[in-house]
Design a protein around this ligand. Sequence first.
Ligand SMILES: Nc1ncnc2c1ncn2[C@@H]1O[C@H](COP(=O)(O)OP(=O)(O)O)[C@@H](O)[C@H]1O
Ligand SMILES: [Mg+2]
Length: 248
Amino acid sequence: MTAPVAMTARPHGAGHPAPVLLHVQDLHAAYGDSRVLSGVALTVRAGEAVTLLGRNGMGKTTTIRSVLGLVARVDGVVMFDGVSILGRPTHLIARAGIGLVPEGRQIFPNLTVAENLRVCATAGAWTLARVYGLFPRLAERRTNMGGQLSGGEQQMLAIGRALMTNPKLLILDEATEGLAPLIRQEIWTCLMALKAAGQAILVVDKNVAALMRFADRHVMLEKGRVVWQGSTDELRADQYLTARYLGV
Ligand SMILES: Nc1ncnc2c1ncn2[C@@H]1O[C@H](COP(=O)(O)OP(=O)(O)O)[C@@H](O)[C@H]1O
Ligand SMILES: [Mg+2]
């Protein structure tokens, strides 16, 4: 068992770990009578990039949706920035500082790029100009409707929209799914830059090689339970893990 994690912010220089942003423990979730999560635990600290790994249907999206208050039947502990958010409405959870890039992007097809970006914006370091700086392609297409964009541009828009909420924690669910290799690379480059700037990130993706280049720690789910967690070095050192739990 891991030691309990301190929930309060403290100076994190030499020897002090960064403060915990997201702390999930003993999370259970179900859709109707069908139990999907059975005691998931997960921690993301400030500045960390953490992955949620596992085959299709293992509960990655449900874990994320549970954190965001989007699953009706949930139980357990979900703390964000030292405050319990379990059972709180999604818009308040978002306002507390979690920006979600959902599976399937879910941008607004009948709003322009600029409108999509402004719709959930809050005051902070992320502005339209800064998002356009990160994704020049979105600047070129700012007056186009969301539905007119390519898949890659829609994904950039979904990331930009989440950043416009100035999140303390950015969560991405399959953000490179179905994209051409060059666009994928562009997304990874962007995520690397965000991480280098200190953004905390929780990411679900199928590209394990890219995740190992990008993330600090990994949490492996199987059938709604955490079956392994560890650092990138530990994951890389144990081929059995990816073969057993991811089939790669
Ligand atoms: N809205 C839903 N209603 C009923 N079952 C669902 C729903 N969403 C997901 N599930 C089921 O929950 C399990 C976990 O799904 P999900 O969290 O989407 O997995 P992953 O993101 O790891 O692929 C799967 O068995 C899936 O079929
Ligand atoms: Mg999923």
